[in-house]
Design a protein around this ligand. Structure first.
Ligand SMILES: [Zn+2]
Length: 193
């Protein structure tokens, strides 16, 4: 069993390490840095949005807020400003909290869809990689991120792409809308699996 958070904090809070970020080509920031102080554990994790499906904005959202939907899944593009070429989220239509909560039939559909959406995004061109991510610490309603990074900008490789998304200036809206339309077309035209 892993250490309790109290054990981990006791052992670690005075011995935090500073990794050699200045040698990491993909690290987005420059200058002197140090780790933030590690605060002691809390009583419980902060509540997530829509816990237990109560007041869940994703359950309440109508289909017309989404790019693409089917019987069990919905795909949408967050409307906040994004620096990466394509950022979309796949959600289960029903309220599930964790991937492991999905019945096998839905989990199997999810596997097919993750591949199909990744392929559709990649088909837009100029995409170096489509990162498929599940964090789930903000909203409880099960959702998967697709974050496409541009090709040929090696500083943007790896998990810091999610940070570069906030650093790069937003994609111009006419380009973004055209790419999202092309993504939907590729999803509808492409092979089912
Ligand atoms: Zn929900």
């Amino acid at each position: 069993m892993p250490e309790t958070p109290e054990e981990l904090w006791e052992r670690g809070h005075e011995h935090l390490r500073m990794p050699p970020v200045e040698t990491w080509d993909s690290f987005p920031f420059d200058g002197e840095m140090r780790p933030r102080a590690l605060r002691p554990p809390e009583e419980r994790d902060p509540p997530r949005f829509g816990e237990g499906g109560v007041n869940c904005g994703r359950c309440a959202a109508p289909d017309d807020e989404y790019l693409w939907t089917n019987e069990n899944w919905r795909l949408y593009a967050p409307d906040d400003e994004r620096g990466l070429p394509v950022v979309v989220l796949l959600e289960s239509r029903g309220h599930f909290a964790e991937p492991g909560d999905l019945p096998d039939e839905l989990a199997a559909e999810l596997g097919v869809l993750l591949a199909r959406i990744e392929r559709a995004i990649r088909s837009l061109g100029e995409i170096g990689r489509v990162h498929v991510c599940r964090w789930g610490d903000g909203g409880e309603h099960l959702h998967w991120w697709f974050m496409a990074r541009p090709a040929r900008l090696p500083q943007l490789i790896g998990s810091f792409a999610a940070i570069w998304d906030d650093i790069l200036p937003p994609v111009p809206d006419e380009i973004r809308q055209a790419d999202l339309a092309a993504l939907v077309a590729a999803l509808e035209d492409g092979p089912a699996a």
